[in-house]
Each structure stands twice: as C-alpha cells, then as structure tokens.
Ligand binder design. Sequence first.
Ligand code: DGL
Length: 251
Amino acid sequence: MNKIAGVFDSGVGGLTVVRTLLEHNIFDKIIYFGDTARVPYGNKDKNTIIRYSLEAVEFFENFDIDIIIVACNTVSVFALKQMQKSSKVPVIGVVEAGVDMASKKVISKTSKILTIGTKGTIQSKIYDTKLKLLGFTNTISIATPLFVPIVEQELENTPILQETMNYYFNGLENIEYVILGCTHFPIISKQIATYFDSATTIQSGEAIVETLKKKFKYKKAKNLSKIEFYASDAPAQLKIRAKSWLLEKYF
Ligand code: DGL
C-alpha cells in the first residue's frame, strides 16, 4: 500500500524536513503545504498559530494521506494537540523528535547545548524543559528570528548572515551542540556549526525520520517518493526553491 504524508510548515523551512524524508525514501508521495502568505509564524500569538494550523488540517482533508508531519517547531509547540484532535490521521511534530535525537547524539549530560529557534519556540522553553527532565544540565536557548527571513530571502551566502550570527551569538563560548529548533535553520547549518568551531547540529528532519522508523515502524517505500507542492502564496516560487534545495529527480 502506498504511504502518503502531508508535510506542513509556515513557509519554505519544512522543505529541509522533506529533503531528509526523500533521502530516506520513507513515503511514496509527499504533499507539501507552506503557508507562505502568512510566514513567519514565530512571532505570532498562540491563538493565531492554532487557527492557521487548523486550516492546514482542513487543507490536507482534500488528500488521501496517512499522516501529517508538522515540519515547523513553532506549530509543534503551540498547535500540535489541537491539530491531533481535529485530524482524522495521526499528526506528529518535530519537537519531541528533536529532543529524542538530542538525547541520543549528545555524549555527556554536562555537554553545552544551545537551542535556537523562533521567539515563540524559545519563549515556551520547551526544549530546555524537556532536556532538563532528561538530566542535561548545561543548556541555553536564544531566539534567532532574523534567520527566518534570511533563509526565506535566500540571503544565506551574504555578509548579512555573518553579521546576524555575530549579533546573536556574541559572547557564547564552548558550545558543543546546537539544536536547530526551527526548520528554516538547516539551510544555514554549516555556517552555524562553523561559527561554533564545528559544533554538532541537531536537525528536525533527521529527528523525524528516526521517530517514523522507531516509533511508527515506517519502512522504506516501494517507489521513489513523488512530491506535490502547495502554498498559500506564490506556489511557483516555492517550487523553484524546492528545486534548488531538494533533488530534482523527485519532481
Ligand atoms: N520553520 C518554522 C519553525 O520551525 C518557523 C518559521 C516561522 O517563524 O514561521 O519554527
């Protein structure tokens, strides 16, 4: 039987999750929906994020999908429960998966872990709280919302990124692990890792694949995954971006 996933993000960031899903060929088909008309979600009110996310659940009702993957940390923090309640298919988010991945990758309970994400995700303290419960003692987190428009506007190879990293990360030392608590950030993961002297990054895509395999027992799909793109604004633009980030053979 074909396995079809609906993948949702506020914009293009969820494509980083899709890329990992495609590399592991877990689904026969992926339906991607980016709410590009209303990105960013990261500094919006909780109720607004819930309202937009429930609209995404409604959107996916038009397709015969098996699961919804919330490829957005902000939505996973604020709207996952509501989405699970209103959806007929399972809905999984990236936060729980990211914390599980961190607990596997981080070698020592005293390793210095930095979590970065949107204002909403960081203010919720969700990563710090969950990591502390697992016994990690050396955690800090910083909201880095400017990285979102930098990625959305494809400014990752300009001095603007370096300046923004200097602004956010000034004074941080001995960071060993960086949890990329926003799905836009894997696009700039190399630059972030280099800034911290080859720190190890933890990304939502690899985390969700691990969760799908271990907890949901997903196996490799029979066919090479196909992907369809939908966006609330400029879908052609999203597709162009996807072409430069994903592997063309999936189109
Ligand atoms: N990609 C989203 C996340 O993982 C955030 C981008 C936004 O602010 O909408 O949180």
